[in-house]
Write a protein that binds this ligand. Structure first.
Ligand code: ATP
Ligand code: MG
Length: 424
């Protein structure tokens, strides 16, 4: 019978790698809580309409990447392709935005039907960080500070850099839009089919095209910066002043627009040249109109999403030590039926909150030699050896598995936990 395989572009996280993810996730959660952000968990499936209305009909995601299906009731549902829409929906639904600020984060799988390649998958994980009800540049500076802290925590700060731009207010964007329609309209013959379609519906998106010919054409297009109103300019200048004060290095990239419809004012990307074509680790910006667009009140929103796979890949490449697997303190070898029972009990006492040791019990018996082999393979630091005759004298064997040539020594039963904790 043919073997069933996982779906293309959707990967298993195997035990050899899950420790790295757990470590990264723990640091992310701790860091975000230090900045006063709280976790939100939303369903993986939402009504298709939610994404159409928030991300925008004329975007790569909604036009070609969503996993959409009818459920048994005939409702049209979609596996979430990103997290902001769900976050906003949940906030409106539960009244989280009523006269208060909200600082939220989420992490979990997103789904997009893209062409799978390195750094681009059909199921991938994002960390999202979002702040609602705070319209100023101060919160943008804080979000970028969070990113910088994460890069520093994982020692990859010299491998990423920040690019940012201002998309202005909806009003100044409208003026820019007309200028773009005029420019691209004059080069209509050179546009690819997708861009031709977008010329009327969403000309800004042409700037975001991945087609190199469109990128060349876009290079000579009018720049948004020349159309920014005073309010937008002031907002952006304020942000840059914060970044200078906070020692966050940046490049203003006037070509940076961002694929989604809901952005205004600041947009940014943290990029690296180290991951080839898929070099954007983290991307975000301000989306003040989104909540209203989804039926809520007019309320400010800003945030970013980080691609976990790309981030972990980069950390693995430049500071693999940060992803080292947690190693068990000891592997418990037992010789004889009585020792086996005693071993199960002792190992469990060692794992208590007080003793706080990680102990792997030998399961499935085996000769001393085969148990020692398993101990070695387990990567535990020590082997604990319980043999009946020594146990009767209150003694336990201890062997350092990670120092070449070290001999087994005998330790008093009561001292074992202390000895192991002291050697940590
Ligand atoms: P790209 O231009 O690479 O397609 P995007 O603009 O579609 O990116 P966002 O929607 O802003 O990406 O998502 C934020 C981050 O999530 C990206 O910067 C990237 O790190 C990650 N990401 C997006 N799509 C994928 C994917 N298919 N596989 C893995 N990571 C992804
Ligand atoms: Mg994309």
């Amino acid at each position: 019978m043919s073997k069933i395989q996982s779906i293309r572009g959707m990967h298993d996280l195997l035990p050899a790698d899950s420790g790295a993810w757990q470590q990264v996730e723990a640091v992310l959660a701790k860091t975000l809580s230090r900045y006063g952000y709280q976790e939100i968990r939303t369903p993986i499936v939402e009504q298709t309409e939610l994404f159409k209305r928030s991300i925008g009909e004329v975007t790569d995601i909604v036009e070609k990447e969503m996993y959409t299906f009818n459920d048994r009731n005939g409702d049209q549902l979609t596996l979430r392709p990103e997290g902001t829409a769900s976050c906003a929906r949940a906030g409106i639904q539960h009244g989280l935005f009523h006269n208060q600020q909200q600082k939220l984060w989420y992490q979990g799988p997103m789904f997009r039907h893209e062409r799978p390649q390195k750094g681009r998958y059909r199921q991938f994980s994002q960390l999202g960080v979002e702040a609602y009800g705070i319209p100023g540049a101060d919160v943008e500076a804080e979000l970028l500070l969070i990113c910088q802290r994460l890069w520093q925590a994982f020692k990859i700060d010299s491998h990423v850099r920040l690019e940012l731009n201002s998309l202005g207010t909806p009003d100044c964007r409208a003026a820019y839009r007309s200028a773009l329609v005029e420019y691209f309209g004059a080069h209509k013959d050179a546009l690819d089919d997708e861009s031709k379609r977008r010329l009327e519906s969403n000309p800004l998106r042409i700037l975001d095209s991945k087609n190199p010919e469109m990128q060349t054409l876009a290079a000579n297009a009018p720049v948004l910066h020349d159309y920014l109103c005073d309010e937008a300019k002031e907002h952006f200048t304020q942000l840059l002043a914060y970044l200078d004060k906070l020692d966050i290095a940046y490049t203003v990239n006037q070509r940076l627009v961002r694929g989604l419809d809901y952005y205004c004012h600041t947009v940014f990307e943290w990029v690296t040249t180290e991951l080839g074509a898929q070099g954007t680790i983290c991307a975000g910006g301000r989306y003040d109109g989104l909540i209203k667009q989804l039926g809520g009140k007019e309320i400010a929103g800003v945030g970013f999403a980080m691609g976990m796979e790309r981030f972990i890949e980069l950390v693995g490449q430049y500071s693999p030590k940060m992803l080292g697997q947690p190693v068990a303190d000891a592997y418990m070898i037992t010789i004889g039926a009585e020792a086996e029972l005693e071993g199960l009990q002792l190992a469990d006492r060692m794992r208590s909150e007080e003793s706080a040791l990680a102990v792997i019990s030998n399961l499935g018996s085996g000769s001393f030699k085969s148990q020692l082999k398993r101990a070695d393979k387990s990567a535990a630091r020590y082997a604990i050896i319980l043999a009946e005759n020594e146990l009767e004298q209150g003694l336990i064997g201890l062997k350092d598995l990670r120092t070449a040539g070290s001999e087994q020594q005998l330790v008093a039963y009561e001292q074992l936990i202390g000895v192991l904790n002291n050697s940590k």
